[in-house]
Write a protein that binds this ligand. Structure first.
Ligand SMILES: *Cc1c(COP(=O)(O)O)cnc(C)c1O
Length: 228
């Protein structure tokens, strides 16, 4: 079941990539496993899925420590600065940095581990008051501040646009994120300005996100089914 879903999603990713003249291998599928038990993650891993996304630190810790160390983990939830040490210890990529206080805390703990922490900056493109993410107009200042932090590698941007049932309604938000990333790459604000990463698109709209330039799509329900 999970394998069938993964196959179908990989096909859909490849189709969307081809439609937009992109290499399917340039798009990373992040399997969002929040609230899913470890057994399901093992099933997905057995079908070749290596990258997983988690939203809650405590839940993620239990899973990460009990699953094979070959799996890679992205943090995609809201992160409090006082949980930074744990987040740096557990995650390969933290996708939701949206303020300088958090960036500084992550930088400090990465430094203590003599490591470099890969991060994305989360942008609240829809300017929704209840959502995390830096506002588009404040993102440049945040990125300039983060460029000074030696133990963070800012790879690109992430967004979660306003919820909708029509994937086409997400398209303008995805496009806005890509345009922001292009502008910031021109300013040299990312670790690799030739290939800024764009994490956008979920179960309902990942194909549209790929057409608009996503390099990572975060898919939960379409892989694992409804969350309990
Ligand atoms: C839950 C979640 C997803 C996955 O959503 P689905 O609709 O289940 O694919 C993606 N990104 C973030 C940030 C999430 O919290």
């Amino acid at each position: 079941m999970i394998c069938d879903n993964l196959d179908r999603i990989r096909d859909a990713i490849a189709e969307a990539a081809h439609r937009s003249g992109r290499d399917p291998d340039s798009i990373e599928l992040v399997a969002v496993s929040k609230r899913m038990e470890s057994a399901k993650i093992r099933q997905a891993a057995a079908c070749g899925q290596a990258v997983f996304g988690e939203n809650y630190l405590q839940e993620a810790r239990a899973k990460i420590e009990s699953l094979p160390s070959s799996l890679r983990w992205h943090f995609i939830g809201h992160l409090q600065s006082n949980k930074s040490r744990e987040a740096v210890r557990l995650f390969d990529l933290i996708e939701t940095v949206d303020r300088m206080k958090l960036a500084r805390a992550l930088d400090r703990f990465a430094g203590q581990l003599a490591a470099q922490q890969d991060v994305l900056v989360q942008v609240n493109v829809g300017r929704e008051p209840q959502k995390s993410g830096v506002l588009p107009e404040d993102a440049e200042e945040l990125l300039r501040g983060m460029a000074e932090l030696k133990h963070l590698r800012v790879l690109g941007l992430m967004t979660m646009p306003p919820r909708t049932s029509d994937p086409e309604e997400s398209r303008p938000w995805f496009r806005e994120l890509r345009q922001l990333a292009c502008r910031f790459a021109d300013m040299g604000l990312f670790a690799d300005n030739d290939q800024p990463r764009l994490s956008m698109g979920m179960s309902g709209d990942f194909a549209v996100a790929i057409e608009e330039g996503a390099t990572m799509v975060r898919v939960g329900t379409a892989i694992f089914g409804r969350r309990p």
